[in-house]
Design a protein around this ligand. Structure first.
Ligand SMILES: [Ca+2]
Ligand SMILES: [Ca+2]
Ligand SMILES: [Ca+2]
Ligand SMILES: [Ca+2]
Length: 208
């Protein structure tokens, strides 16, 4: 019988091991923030965002990775926009004409004569059972509201215009407690607009 030598077998195993290493390493920490994918839910952080709360400190180093202080300046001339509809559940996808999974959605109305850009958002989610509060900041790159028009900000999956990523491991998604959501929207150079929204007890449904 002509068995492969031990050295050959070891070398073969080593080559297979090395070949699969890059893929394994990527899968183990998809956002490359030092927190393994499997540990992100334990920290209530996003496995696809290295800085879940948007405060500039990575998830691994952040003492509170799901709370950012509000960086939006409150002074300035009155905002040139208003918030129309503000939803945290019972969303509807008008493009596909069907119910959409629950998420934070804001309709921004621009009554002015110029297009508006330079938006950012700060929002908090307070779990009314346990009293914990998460805080998130997002710069809304590419979001524009046309003159005399309206546009919607969606905090969900970041997959289309107007959609930005929300943390899938936030209390909004994983706890069925009632929530208080506070939102501050700013267009650069102007005072922000705020709104508060209550979410009834119950899960963030896939669609309802
Ligand atoms: Ca990670
Ligand atoms: Ca992360
Ligand atoms: Ca952070
Ligand atoms: Ca933080």
């Amino acid at each position: 019988m002509n068995l492969p030598s031990k050295t050959t077998m070891t070398a073969t195993i080593l080559v297979i091991g090395l070949a699969s290493l890059p893929a394994l390493a990527t899968e183990a920490d998809l956002d490359n923030d030092g927190v393994p994918n499997v540990a992100e839910p334990l920290l209530f952080t996003d496995p696809l965002m290295a800085d879940t709360d948007g405060d500039g400190v990575g998830d691994l180093e952040d003492q509170d990775p799901v709370f950012a202080e509000n960086p939006i300046a409150t002074a300035g001339p009155a905002a040139p926009f208003t918030i129309g509809e503000a939803l945290v559940e019972d969303n509807f996808d008008y493009a596909l004409n069907r119910d959409a999974p629950d998420h934070l959605e804001l309709q921004i109305l621009n009554p002015g004569a110029t297009d508006l850009t330079g938006f950012s958002i700060y929002y908090t989610i307070t779990d009314l059972d346990v009293g914990t509060t998460e805080g998130y900041f997002r710069s809304l790159e590419g979001f524009t509201v046309s003159a005399a028009g309206e546009a919607r900000i969606h905090l969900d999956d970041a997959e289309a215009d107007g959609h930005f990523r929300a943390n899938p491991n936030s209390s909004y998604a994983v706890s069925e407690a009632a929530k208080l959501v506070t939102v501050m929207v700013s267009a650069e150079g102007f005072a922000p607009v705020t709104v508060e929204i209550n979410k009834d007890a119950g899960g963030a449904e896939a669609a309802d």
